[in-house]
Design a protein around this ligand. Structure first.
Ligand SMILES: NC(=O)c1ccc[n+]([C@@H]2O[C@H](COP(=O)([O-])OP(=O)(O)OC[C@H]3O[C@@H](n4cnc5c(N)ncnc54)[C@H](OP(=O)(O)O)[C@@H]3O)[C@@H](O)[C@H]2O)c1
Length: 335
């Protein structure tokens, strides 16, 4: 009975998803490259030192665009500049931490100075993940310790709530507050200096659906989804477009710098907790970056990658319990 309901849901979801997918693939929207030729586009890529961001840098540089690359790891940025200088229209690396307000102001001014006072495309790609179950992070497991203080209730308190709060503040600062702050800094220039300004935020399917072991990551990406979705409607009348990109798993080193894993230098790696979840079926960083650039050229409001996640979103309405079952299966949470 349950399996026939699941099959029916899948068939209906597929039938509903196909027209949506076809519409996004054969979009008739005039490409933005008509008003901004590829070799005149002025692009700022935030989070350009590795993974998806470094592939975005390569694509724009090979289109001979004028590109600014931003991240904290200066050496990686410099080597990208060296690699791409021969092909880019022009290219600059700016080292900075986008969670620091003073760095965001400096990054904005240095970018605009380099790009001769204007910008067309801001790509917000810097981000971090979380990979531990929330209960493990906060230490909410049942302890065998005898109650000794706090009216005998101490055993009912978590052992490490500070770690959970600290991780949440860090991830929100990078995945939500930094893109918001960068947006407010670049918005005047996008509005006043571009024929078709674009803000493209690299969110995630974690901004649309929940997943076990990814609770604080999902929280931060859902917040970004809500903010940029609303912002897009607010600024549309100024000519600025906001696009939200939601990839599934991408083949990058994102998990290595997870906010809730100890840094590899500070622990014996055999004892350190490990990230769960499979990378099976992951798309390449290159394919993801190509999808992001296509979405920006077509000024698509939503880019969902790979295509089959459209089915998950339709299923989320038709049969949320099936989507929960699939997510729990992926992360090994089926009882
Ligand atoms: N990989 C996936 O499966 C996947 C799936 C969906 C969405 N995404 C999203 O894609 C985006 C890029 O991730 P990725 O997979 O390409 O991982 P990545 O290689 O770890 O890229 C993260 C980028 O963010 C930069 N960054 C981190 N903290 C920063 C800070 N405080 N200031 C400035 N830059 C900072 C990093 O550079 P520095 O360390 O040099 O600062 C790096 O360039 C993220 O927003 C992620 O959530 C990834």
């Amino acid at each position: 009975m349950a399996s026939s309901t699941a099959t029916t849901s899948l068939v209906v979801a597929g039938a509903l998803a196909v027209p949506l997918l076809a519409k996004s693939l054969i979009s008739k929207a005039p490409t933005r490259t008509t008003s901004i030729p590829k070799n005149q586009e002025r692009v700022v890529v935030i989070g350009a030192s590795s993974g998806i961001g470094s592939e975005l840098a390569r694509i724009y540089a090979h289109r001979q665009a004028h590109v600014v690359l931003v991240a904290r790891r200066q050496a990686l940025l410099e080597s990208l500049v060296q690699e791409l200088s021969p092909v880019a229209g022009s290219i600059l690396a700016i080292q900075g931490d986008v969670t620091l307000p003073e760095d965001v102001r400096r990054i904005t001014l240095e970018s605009l100075r380099f790009l001769k006072g204007g910008v067309d495309t801001l790509i917000l790609c810097a981000g971090m993940i979380s990979v531990l179950p929330f209960a493990d992070l906060a230490g909410t497991e049942k302890t065998s310790a005898q109650p000794t203080r706090d009216d005998g209730l101490a055993h009912l308190l978590p052992s490490n709530p500070e770690a959970a709060l600290d991780a949440s503040i860090k991830i929100m600062n990078l995945n939500y507050h930094a893109p918001l702050n960068l947006t407010s800094h670049f918005l005047p220039a996008l509005t006043q200096t571009s024929r078709a300004g674009n803000i493209i935020v690299v969110s995630s399917m974690a901004g649309k659906l929940g997943a076990p072991t990814r609770s604080i990551y999902c929280g931060s990406k859902h917040a970004a989804q809500g903010f940029f979705d609303s912002l897009g409607m607010e600024v549309e009348k100024t000519g600025v477009h906001v696009g939200i990109v939601s990839p599934g798993t991408v083949e990058t080193d994102l998990r290595q710098s997870a906010v809730d894993l100890p840094s590899s230098s500070s622990t014996d790696s055999s004892e350190a907790p490990k990230a769960t979840g499979t990378k099976r079926g992951a798309m390449s960083a290159r394919a993801c970056a190509e999808g992001i650039v296509r979405g920006s050229d077509l000024r698509q409001h939503e880019v969902i990658m790979p295509w089959f996640y459209h089915v998950s979103l339709v299923l989320q309405i038709l049969s949320p319990s099936l989507v929960r079952w699939l997510a729990k299966k992926k992360y090994g949470y089926l009882k």
